[in-house]
Each structure stands twice: as structure tokens, then as C-alpha cells.
Design a protein around this ligand. Structure first.
Ligand SMILES: Cc1cc2nc3c(=O)[nH]c(=O)nc-3n(C[C@H](O)[C@H](O)[C@H](O)COP(=O)(O)OP(=O)(O)OC[C@H]3O[C@@H](n4cnc5c(N)ncnc54)[C@H](O)[C@@H]3O)c2cc1C
Length: 310
């Protein structure tokens, strides 16, 4: 059988697209590898009605809603390849299953490159974060640190100043250029260019940063910016165009340069929030439904034309 749409990725973007398309009475298959980006976070913030909800609980609620629609099928399946198949697509799962869809939506997200710092894994998602908008409120007026090199570290440190007057930028051994050093100093941000030896804390809560040489600085939370990349290579293999920042370049309603292929969520845009991913998924769902409707109406017109003449 051929699905109306195959969605790869069951994070907020894919779940939202599935809900929209299922409600349009489209036969949807949602395949998910279960590696949603924020699963390490204790709580997610900034999503109306779900501010402070653990990410796994958000996913459980969304999946429960999808289960009410017989038009939506969800499978725990990793998609390892995808290609064009006439006007549609064929995807290959890691268990060897081949699946066909008239349209394909990738909501495959991104992966964060975490710094290789001793002690970080135990604190990640509880007191080590990426995004001030998502997590800085919980640390307002507390001593904060940023870990990042000359390219992104100063910007992240400056962006934290609405939340705390005590921000320390740790560059891990890199030098900050004089211009950036002057801006940081004017904003009251201290800089440490000594490499970090390890992070120390208890029960997920950062207590201090230990620098090479042994001296320590007490900090409550650390924000890191050490890069990110696409979680899946499917968009690249299908011939999608990318932005200079490595996101899939999408146009109106998440359409890509490949006909019938849509990309929504973190994989495609700069603003990386659950609420934005959900909104993009809904937009993509609407666009997929419209494209299917146009095809179906054109097909009906052809058939009725044939009937009338034949
Ligand atoms: C630590 C942390 C905390 C965060 N906190 C917040 C917050 O408080 N508030 C907020 O708004 N945002 C937060 N974010 C950002 C938020 O997680 C993302 O914006 C959001 O998850 C993006 O949703 P998505 O659906 O695009 O991708 P994801 O949620 O990453 O979902 C992508 C899904 O696609 C699947 N997938 C990928 N490739 C394949 C494949 N080949 N086959 C099958 N499945 C595949 C993955 O397994 C994954 O389940 C946080 C991020 C991090 C890292």
C-alpha cells in the first residue's frame, strides 16, 4: 500500500504534522527513532499549557492524542534511506521494510555537539543547558557560566545578562579578540581563558568549575555552545538545499526544493523551540494536504473527462 504521507521523526514537529494530516483523513505513517533532542532535559519551558512539563510526558500526551485517529499509524522505526519513486517516495527502514508514500516529511531534528568536559553528562539537562530562552529563567540572579570559543561564546554570554549580573565566560583555552573582550567587559562579564579540568556538582546540580591548575569557581549553571548538526542524512541524500548554517532551506510551508518533500522543525529553521517545531509541523501538514487535494482533484477531473468522452 502507499501512504498519503510518510513522516520521519516523532518529535514535536512530526507529531504535530501527523495530527494535522490524520485529521484531514490522510493515511499517515509516522516513523520514529526515539531520540528527541530535549529528552535529557528535566523540564521543557516556553510552551503554553506545558511550561515545566518533562519532555517525555509531552511526547506521551501527544502520542495518546494521535492514537484516537485510525488514519495515523505510528511505528518505532529508523529510516535508513529514502529516494524518489515516480512522483512519490520510497523509504527503507533498518529492519529491511520498504514503505511508499505520496509525500515525504522529514522532521528528523538535530544533534547537539556537547563539549568533552569531565562531569558534564551527569549535569546535562539539569544545570547544563544550551538555550537561555528555554532555561535561564530558572537560574535568574545566580552565578552563571558559559562555555564556548571566540565565535559563539561572547554572544551567548552577552545574551545571558538579562537573567544574571554574574556571568563568567570560559573559553576552554581559546583567546577572545580585543573587540569582543571590550564588549564583554563593558557588560560586566568576566572571562577565563584557562582550560576547564572538570565540572563538579551533586544530584545534577553544578556547584563549581575546576580549571587546569586546580583553582575553582562556584557556579550554579553552565550554558554551552559547541555546535550542532543534522541528526539524519536523508535530506542531503534526497538533494535538499541547505542554508549556510546547515539547516535545510525551506520555503513556504516547509516545502523544499525537492518536489513533494517537506522538512519541519529544528532540521529546517533557526528558531529551535518545541512550540516552533509544532507550528512548522502543522504548516507542513496543511501544505501536504493541499498538494494531495490538488492531485486528487486533477485526477478526478481527468477520469470524469475520460468518462464524458468515452
Ligand atoms: C537539552 C535541551 C533542552 C531544551 N529545552 C527546550 C525548552 O525548554 N523549550 C523549548 O521550546 N525547546 C527546548 N529545546 C529545543 C527542542 O528540544 C527542539 O526545538 C525540539 O525538540 C525540536 O523538535 P523536532 O521535532 O524538530 O526534533 P526532535 O524533537 O529532535 O525530534 C526528531 C525525531 O526524529 C527522529 N529521527 C531522526 N532521524 C530519524 C530516522 N532516520 N528515522 C526515524 N526517526 C528519526 C529522532 O529519533 C527524534 O525522535 C531543548 C533542546 C535541548 C537539547
Amino acid at each position: 500500500m502507499t501512504y498519503d504521507c510518510i513522516i520521519v521523526g516523532g518529535g514535536p514537529a512530526g507529531l504535530s504534522a501527523a495530527l494535522m494530516l490524520g485529521r484531514c483523513r490522510r493515511r499517515v505513517l509516522l516513523c520514529d527513532g526515539g531520540e528527541q533532542r530535549n529528552l535529557a532535559a528535566r523540564r521543557m519551558h516556553g510552551y503554553p499549557t506545558r511550561d515545566g512539563t518533562p519532555p517525555a510526558e509531552f511526547l506521551r500526551l501527544a502520542r495518546a492524542e494521535l492514537s484516537r485517529y485510525p488514519t495515523i499509524e505510528c511505528r518505532e522505526l529508523k529510516i535508513v534511506d529514502a529516494s524518489k519513486d515516480g512522483s512519490g517516495f520510497v523509504v527503507l527502514a533498518d529492519d529491511g521494510t520498504r514503505l511508499k508514500g505520496r509525500k515525504l516529511l522529514l522532521a528528523t531534528g538535530i544533534v547537539d555537539d556537547l563539549p568533552d568536559l569531565e562531569g558534564l553528562q551527569e549535569l546535562y539537562g539539569a544545570s547544563v543547558h544550551h538555550c537561555p530562552y528555554c532555561d535561564a529563567w530558572e537560574w535568574r540572579d545566580r552565578p552563571l557560566a558559559v562555555y564556548g570559543g571566540p565565535e559563539h561564546g561572547p554572544g551567548l554570554a552577552l545574551s545571558l545578562t538579562p537573567w544574571s549580573a554574574d556571568v563568567l565566560l570560559c573559553t576552554g583555552g581559546s583567546r577572545i579578540v580585543p573587540d569582543a573582550a571590550a564588549r564583554l567587559s563593558a557588560a560586566g562579564i568576566k572571562v577565563r581563558e584557562t582550560p576547564i579540568l572538570r565540572l563538579e556538582g551533586r544530584h545534577g546540580m553544578l556547584e563549581r568549575i575546576v580549571f587546569a591548575g586546580g583553582d575553582t569557581v562556584a557556579r550554579s549553571a553552565l550554558f554551552v555552545c559547541t555546535g550542532q548538526r543534522q541528526r539524519s542524512s536523508l535530506a542531503e541524500r534526497l538533494g535538499c538545499r541547505f542554508t549556510l548554517k546547515g539547516a535545510v532551506d525551506t520555503g513556504k510551508c516547509e516545502a523544499t526544493n525537492v518536489s513533494g518533500l517537506y522538512v519541519a522543525g529544528d532540521a529546517s529553521k533557526e528558531a529551535q523551540f518545541v512550540v516552533v517545531a509544532g507550528a512548522e509541523g502543522a504548516e507542513a501538514g496543511m501544505a501536504v494536504n493541499r498538494a494531495l487535494l490538488e492531485e486528487d482533484l486533477a485526477h478526478s477531473a481527468r477520469v470524469s473527462g475520460l468518462t464524458a468522452t468515452g
